[in-house]
Write a protein that binds this ligand. Structure first.
Ligand SMILES: [Zn+2]
Length: 485
């Protein structure tokens, strides 16, 4: 109720009456017509429930957006339900706590462990970034940015105190009176879930299903997404709403072939990799390759990423999330993340020593898009060698070093040095952790949703996806848009 004059007692009472009559709202505060920063708010029965609180990522402008107000009062949030531990879904939780959130965060045990790792790593990077800004002469006058980190390690640790109940797949949680949540296996990364919310406000009841990020079915490590329930309203991701993925089998063949060809030439294989999921999936493929005799037993593999090493240890503690055949391997005492020539290199000195290996090694290191991290050192040593190979196994955004190499640039600059690209470049596209267009459409159809809100996608793929939807009212929310449920 907007009113220019001061509210009279009557108007105030009317306003209150209206609020009590119906206050079941859904609003959008991130990943609206974009792929990062997932954050959705449900208001029901006097409670305010956030679904995810992710970080905006991908450009400097988006980095700066993270420091902006949330679009709601952090102290007024009662619950956060977390779909999974990727940074673009959990990365603003420490900031939420820093700004006054004192409620309960509910998620699966796998997501809780991974989120701790991801948030602490992010805090460390924010602190380094702030130190760098301070050293390089402060902030530009155009922005209100300060040299303070978005949040510190202490903020991330503080945020861990708010993780409360653990969600178990397919079991209903009574979040609060009038609010029930069921976490459903989304098959995207370890612990990932779609969340089905059943809501009651006065005499009105409805439900809404949040897809989270949906996995690609038929992968070997994690289970495929569980079939979703019927829902009145659906909020769904559309990352690959416009395309179909390559098959997994041929991609694994390509992977082994690239490694064997490189070893024949006498070079090293460098794999820029994301620390969560992709690194563990590759370890699993390498281990299987050796077991099946498709790679030699003496294959030397270096996982040169402290975060990926920690994530692998978390994976080992959660065989309940694995595809039955993989879970059985664990039960029989086989660790699918190991092979005879595997080395975990946590220490910087161990990482530097890898530079002395002149051939026959597979080196996996972050970051996946080569925007930072140890992989840049390995590229510096191997990009110029015709006998070595660089294997790209994930998404490479425009403007990143990975994208420039994939696009065939003849020379790139790393640490101020111009390095000719002589190594063989392979791009393997079949390892995606996201559902493709056909899978997203099938999932949406199974929900029989009357209303479908599309989020977590660039505008073009989202519109193309929307054109395929039938028998549902499609919404593409703008940032901070509010809908009545
Ligand atoms: Zn994700």
């Amino acid at each position: 109720m907007n009113c220019n004059t001061a509210a009279t007692p009557v108007q105030f009472a009317l306003g209150l009456a209206n609020t009590q009559e119906r206050d079941l709202n859904l609003s959008f505060h991130g990943a609206d017509r974009s792929v990062t920063g997932s954050c959705h708010l449900v208001e029901c029965a006097g409670k305010r429930i956030l679904i995810d609180c992710g970080l905006h990522q991908g450009s400097r402008e988006l980095d700066e957006e993270n420091a902006e107000p949330f679009g709601f009062d952090a102290a007024g949030i009662d619950y956060v339900l977390l779909t999974h531990a990727h940074l673009d879904h959990c990365g603003r939780l420490p900031l939420l706590a820093k700004r006054g959130f004192r409620g309960e965060i509910i998620t699966t045990s796998g997501s809780r462990e991974l989120a701790r790792l991801v948030m602490l790593d992010a805090a460390h990077l924010h602190e380094e970034d702030a130190r760098y800004r301070a050293r390089s002469g402060g902030h530009d006058d155009a922005s209100h940015a300060t040299n303070e980190p978005l949040y510190s390690t202490l903020d991330a640790l503080n945020c861990l105190d708010y993780f409360g109940r653990t969600a178990i797949y397919s079991q209903v949680i009574e979040v609060a009176a009038g609010v029930r949540a069921t976490f459903i296996d989304a098959g995207h990364i370890l612990g990932s879930a779609s969340i089905f919310l059943e809501l009651e406000e006065q005499s009105h009841s409805t439900n809404v299903l949040f897809s989270g990020d949906l996995g690609n079915a038929g992968r070997l490590l994690l289970r495929s997404p569980t079939q979703p329930p019927h829902a009145e309203n659906v909020v769904m991701e559309t990352t690959y709403g416009d395309r179909l993925h390559k098959q997994l089998g041929p991609s694994i063949d390509e992977f082994y072939q690239a490694i064997n060809e490189t070893f024949k030439r006498g070079g090293n294989v460098i794999i820029p990799t994301f620390a969560l999921e992709r690194a563990q999936e590759l370890l699993y493929f390498l281990s299987e390759g050796v077991t099946q005799g498709r790679l030699t037993k003496s294959t030397q593999v270096y996982l040169d990423s402290p975060m990926a090493i920690s994530a692998t240890e978390i994976f080992r503690r959660h065989p309940e999330c694995f595809e039955p055949a993989t879970a059985k391997l664990f039960q029989e005492g086989h660790d699918p993340f190991t092979l005879p020539g595997l080395h975990f290199t946590r220490e910087t000195a161990e990482s530097v020593a890898i530079n002395n290996i002149h051939g026959g090694a597979i080196i996996m290191a972050g970051s996946g898009m080569c925007t930072g991290g140890r992989v840049r050192h390995h590229l510096q040593h191997n990009l110029g060698r015709a006998d070595s190979s660089i294997l790209f196994v994930g998404y490479a955004a425009i403007g990143t070093l990975a994208r420039r190499i994939v696009n065939g640039e003849k020379q790139v600059n790393i640490f101020g040095e111009n390095i000719p690209v002589r190594a063989r470049i392979y791009t393997i596209n079949g390892f995606s952790a996201h559902a493709d267009q056909a899978e997203l459409l099938a999932w949406q159809k199974q929900t029989s949703a009357k209303r479908t809100f599309l989020v977590h996608g660039e505008e073009d793929p989202m519109k193309q996806f929307a054109a395929h939807l039938a028998d549902t009212r499609v919404e593409m929310p703008e940032p901070n848009q509010v809908f009545e449920l």
